[in-house]
Ligand binder design. Structure first.
Ligand SMILES: [Zn+2]
Length: 138
């Protein structure tokens, strides 16, 4: 068996392919067996992946759904984070158009005036209507 492995390795090196590829070449039916194995265990693998995601990624604090890949550190899924951001942007726009100062807006959404300035610049870039005002930097 060990000698067999050495031979496979030699062939793999000579043809610059993986050992498993050589194995498929030289062992009759190995390709078909591997495929059958994958099919036979597909449900088992799916269940394992679901269990893993449930244990390691956790649940969104916002909507209670399974966290996906790229979950956020504050416990919200990407969808809930996006939703929260849009809500916050709506509040900023509403207050700005109503004539609130940057400081008042920052207090309303619980952040700093500097952060509001940055967010408003991003909002304008994204197409939000935030009219420029006398006395405020552009
Ligand atoms: Zn969520």
């Amino acid at each position: 068996m060990r000698a067999e492995g050495c031979k496979l390795r030699e062939i793999a090196l000579r043809f610059d392919v993986s050992i498993s590829t050589v194995h498929r070449w030289v062992v009759p039916g190995s390709w078909e067996r591997a495929r059958q194995y994958r099919r036979a265990h597909a449900e088992e693998h799916k269940a394992h992946n679901r269990r893993y995601a449930h244990e390691k990624r956790g649940i969104c604090d916002g909507c209670g759904s399974q966290m996906g890949v790229g979950y956020s550190r504050d416990g919200l899924c990407l969808g809930c984070r996006r939703e929260r951001r849009e809500r916050k942007r709506g509040t900023i726009q509403h207050l700005w158009i109503a004539g609130a100062t940057i400081r008042q807006i920052s207090e309303a959404v619980d952040t700093t005036p500097g952060a509001i300035g940055v967010e408003m610049a991003h909002m304008r870039r994204d197409g939000w209507d935030l009219p420029f005002r006398e006395g405020y930097p552009r």
